[in-house]
Design a protein around this ligand. Structure first.
Ligand SMILES: Nc1ncnc2c1ncn2[C@@H]1O[C@H](COP(=O)(O)OP(=O)(O)OP(=O)(O)O)[C@@H](O)[C@H]1O
Ligand SMILES: [Mg+2]
Length: 348
């Protein structure tokens, strides 16, 4: 006789979905201000996703909703397969969040900060002490563990912030502008650590940033948000690839009477378009930048223009941003910013 056995499907809800974060039609207004206007995106488990956008774009509002700290007017969201609106307590166990503002208590030591945070998550005893020590070592804070956090440098406080978000071993980590205000060297260290968390610990990470360079370096997928909407989405390479061709920058030796001279000189050069002159700086786009350079130089010389220097560059995320949001980071930052910090364009 065959014994029939019921097979219990033991897979958790989280394991059944290949996305660790799903946002669907998130909408939120603060009075007259529509902070989010239908934001949707999905983040595959184990990857780093970048939400890129200027001041006031809606990045923090999105993070607050996904981490149960705020409720949307409409839309739904799942983190680690858990509906954050229906089951916020379970969602909070699966996620860690490092807010835009410091969560560190400056009047307590680094170790005390971690142990307090752990107790808030229901940890205690030897397990909590071990976890705190592990994080202090991982974030190179072990030597300063018993000093007041108020005496830490900006970079140390930010590292402690990230450690606080990790105390209960979340599957999904939200980092709201993890490196704003850090100097370049400290920022590079933080990037390495964030990369390691995804690579070695299998965490899914959503980070928000103003830094194009940061999104380009860390995120495998990114979404550009502007005025509460996702205006572009893809891998950094895909987004850059959408801007066909390369940028040619020519520095002229002398002032030019008018842009007309330059346009006339370059009119006959194949594959060169979008010619713009600002002072002595001439910018154009070409399908094959390097191949076009000799013809461009010859045409300019023939038109009586002397060239001081020429460079060819691949399109940057800044160019992508400009195209989709219709304004540069600098311009966007100055209209109706919620924070006083200025947006910064990465160096690429
Ligand atoms: N609690 C609030 N009350 C009123 N308006 C708010 C509140 N929080 C956010 N807003 C507004 O909603 C919009 C989106 O703000 P949000 O903080 O999400 O932007 P952000 O992309 O995180 O910007 P930043 O880069 O400056 O941090 C802004 O216009 C902001 O002024
Ligand atoms: Mg913000």
């Amino acid at each position: 006789m065959r014994v029939m056995r019921a097979v219990r499907r033991g897979s958790s809800v989280a394991a059944m979905t290949r996305y660790a974060i799903e946002a669907e039609g998130l909408t939120k207004s603060y009075g007259e201000v529509r902070a989010l206007d239908g934001v949707s995106f999905q983040v595959p488990a184990g990857t780093i996703f970048g939400l890129l956008g200027p001041n006031g774009a809606g990045k923090s509002t999105t993070v607050k909703i996904l981490t149960t700290l705020s409720a949307p007017d409409a839309g739904s969201a799942r983190v680690a397969g858990i509906d954050v609106l229906r089951d916020p307590a379970a969602a909070r166990r699966a996620l860690g969040v490092v807010g835009q503002k410091h969560a560190v208590d400056r009047e307590a030591t680094g170790r005390e900060n971690l142990e307090l945070q752990g107790r808030l998550h229901g940890l205690g005893g030897a397990e909590l002490r071990r976890r705190a020590q592990e994080l202090l070592e991982r974030f190179t804070l072990a030597d300063a563990a018993d000093r007041l956090a108020g005496t830490y440098s900006g970079g140390m406080q930010r590292r402690l912030d990230v450690a606080l978000g990790l105390i209960q071993r979340p599957q999904v980590l939200f980092l709201d502008e993890p490196t704003t205000g850090l100097d370049p060297e400290v920022r590079a260290d933080m990037w390495n650590e964030i990369g390691r968390l995804a690579r070695e610990d299998g965490l899914t990470i959503l980070l928000t940033t103003h830094y194009l360079e940061e999104a380009d370096k860390l995120a495998s997928q990114l979404a550009i948000v502007d005025r509460g909407k996702v205006v572009a989405e893809g891998t950094p390479e895909q987004l850059k690839g959408e801007l066909r061709g390369e940028a040619i920058h020519v520095e002229l030796a002398d002032d030019v009477a008018g842009e007309g001279t330059v346009h006339a000189a370059l009119a006959g050069v194949d594959g060169v378009r979008e010619v713009v002159l600002e002072g002595r700086a001439l910018r154009a786009r070409a399908d094959h930048g390097a191949r076009a350079v000799p013809s461009v130089l010859a045409a300019l010389e023939a038109g009586g223009l002397t060239v001081a220097s020429v460079t060819v560059a691949r399109p940057s995320l800044d160019d992508v941003y400009l195209r989709y949001a219709g304004r540069s980071f600098g311009d966007a930052a100055s209209d109706g910013a919620s924070e006083t910090e200025t947006a910064t364009v990465g160096s690429r």
